[in-house]
Design a binder for this molecule. Structure first.
Ligand code: NAD
Length: 368
């Protein structure tokens, strides 16, 4: 097989700083694990606007369509707040998601033992937590028509439409069932079938896909509001949660925060398989460009590094190497090595962004 290709889009603010550390990890895999990537780098967000007057140049979009995976840092910043909506940095990100048709958004909520005290829940409820939320990303009430603010009888009415076709539900359900098979083989699908027709269809299609092709996976259904309660009552009961765009937006933020800091949260957005069998894919940390700490060496690179670990697992079938990287991050945290966002009252060793990268590389080296 050809050398796998990666397009790196550091973006703005700390996106650029954390990506430097990821590049060092990628180089390590080339040197020490014979896992070489054809890496290209380009601009997105405010950085692309500064150079091209658009947050995503057409050539960059074309490159993103060709590579095996895109790795993105973060976009945005106060410098761009007054730009017209059509050229705001976020439009670059949205264009990538839309044109690559990345319909399946994977948001792990994993609690590293060393950080269990960061959670707003009791330590015993979150210690060892490992949930994967699969959120449908390209349809549902954020895209359905009609939408808008209209006048009816002289009064304003705000309208959004929750709309799902069975094909849209079918494809995201399949991606979630596949994922469950690689984990603990359990999937809980969440909707509001008690009050929404789109929820009834969601439940029917998930049930049909399960019966047809994934009967080996343990399937359960839950109303999304009950799911939210269960997430904060007993989160460890879940393995994979499958849900729509709107509920997924809320439930994934809720689940992620069970685990502590924004600087630790990776994500993946996957689309349909390409000719080589790999899914269209973009990996990115959940956090933004953090203008309050940019340029100060304070950014935690772990979320972006863990996003690369997801790329190893989901785009490049390198599950063992992904685990090696995740284990290295966990070992560093267990030693009390912390960027500022992870410092706790009981101390720890404060380090800069690049020192965190050094520590993770040292653990990788020690794993050989
Ligand atoms: P943010 O995620 O950038 O920052 C929120 C807080 O968390 C800040 O105090 C920041 O210092 C801290 N933080 C975030 N990531 C961190 C890390 N890796 N290490 C240490 N601390 C970290 O969110 P915000 O402040 O609401 O937004 C700032 C800019 O980022 C805005 O322009 C926003 O539109 C953009 N944004 C982009 C994305 C994206 O690119 N996917 C996501 C969210 C926000």
């Amino acid at each position: 097989m050809n050398t796998p290709s990666l397009l790196i889009l550091p973006g703005d603010g700390i996106g650029q700083e954390v990506m430097v550390e990821v590049q060092r990890i990628i180089a390590w895999y080339g040197d020490k694990r014979d896992l070489t990537f054809e890496v290209s780098e380009d601009l997105v967000g405010g950085a692309a606007y500064d150079k091209h007057g658009t947050p995503l140049h057409d050539d960059t979009m074309a490159k993103a369509q060709e590579v095996d995976a895109v790795l993105l840092g973060a976009v945005g910043g106060p410098k761009y707040d007054d730009l017209d909506f059509s050229v705001k940095p976020e439009r670059g990100l949205l264009r990538l998601r839309k044109e690559m048709d990345l319909f399946s958004n994977l948001r792990p909520a994993q609690c590293f033992d060393a950080l269990a005290d960061f959670s707003s829940l009791k330590k015993e409820l979150v210690s060892g937590l490992d949930i994967m939320i699969v959120r449908e990303l390209t349809s549902g009430s954020y895209f359905g028509e009609p939408r808008g603010i209209f006048i009816e009888d002289g009064k304003r009415v705000g309208i959004n439409t929750q709309r799902y076709t069975e094909d849209e539900i079918d494809r995201v359900a399949r991606s979630a069932f596949e994922l469950a098979r690689k984990r603990d083989n359990r999937l809980c699908s969440m909707e509001k079938a008690n009050v929404m027709e789109s929820g009834i269809l969601w439940r029917d299609v998930v049930t049909e896909v399960h019966a047809a092709d994934y009967a080996d996976v343990e399937l359960s259904h839950m109303y999304a509001d009950a799911g939210a309660m269960q997430l904060v009552r007993a989160p460890k009961q879940f393995d994979v949660i499958l849900t729509d765009n709107l509920f997924g937006d809320i439930l994934s933020d809720c689940a992620a925060m069970l685990t502590g800091s924004l600087g630790m949260l990776p994500s993946a957005s996957l689309g349909a398989p390409m000719e080589n069998g790999r899914p269209k894919a973009m990996y990115e940390p959940v956090h933004g460009s953090a203008p309050d700490i940019m340029g100060q060496g304070k950014a935690n690179p772990c979320a972006c590094i863990l996003s690369f670990a997801m790329a190893l697992r989901y785009s490049f079938d390198q599950g063992e190497e992904a685990t090696r990287l995740e284990t290295a991050v966990e070992a560093v945290l267990a030693k009390g090595i912390r960027t500022g966002d992870l410092m706790m009252a009981d101390g720890g060793t404060p380090v800069s962004t690049s020192q965190m990268g050094d520590a993770i590389l040292a653990e990788l080296e020690a794993s050989l």
